[in-house]
Design a protein around this ligand. Structure first.
Ligand code: THU
Length: 141
């Protein structure tokens, strides 16, 4: 994981990111799971990239919302991130899957705030990437 101290994000920014993630979930392509997820990453220079899950008839080829958002940002030239929001689930919120946690750790510091919300309403939880992935893989070389 990167070493870097992040600015604290305000409640307004968290709400903005959750709304962006929820809006992104509207574009989810999930005819197999029927489980839409949206994500929004905030870059350190204030840009927001969103993503949704995109499934495939060959199930293992689907992409999660978090990776879609992150890869959109990285492919646009952004590699420095300030926060992530994820929106998914009706009764319980969707926390990032293990694979997405490891991919996030490639570009984000352990202190990255991760905001987890349901698709609509409910409690919004704020955690960090380091809490979600305490001992991620790191190359020993
Ligand atoms: N999914 C995400 O997009 N993000 C997560 O963090 C968990 C799961 C997607 C993958 C699949 O399209 C659907 O949700 C059901 O697992």
């Amino acid at each position: 994981m990167k070493k870097q101290t992040l600015p604290v994000i305000s409640k307004q920014v968290r709400t903005f990111l959750v709304n962006a993630a929820r809006a992104a979930a509207d574009n989810a392509y999930c005819p197999y799971s029927h489980y839409p997820v949206g994500a929004a990453v905030l870059t350190l220079d204030g840009q927001v990239y969103t993503g949704c899950n995109v499934e495939n008839v060959s199930y293992g080829l689907g992409a999660c919302a978090e990776r879609t958002a992150l890869f959109k940002a990285v492919s646009a030239g952004c590699r420095d991130f300030a926060a992530l929001a994820v929106a998914g689930g009706d009764k319980k919120p969707a926390a990032p899957c293990g694979a997405c946690r490891q991919v996030l750790a490639e570009f984000c510091v352990p202190g990255l705030p991760v905001v987890v919300a349901r698709l609509t309403g409910g409690k919004v939880t704020v955690t960090t990437l380091g809490e979600l992935l305490p001992m991620g893989f790191a190359s020993l070389s």
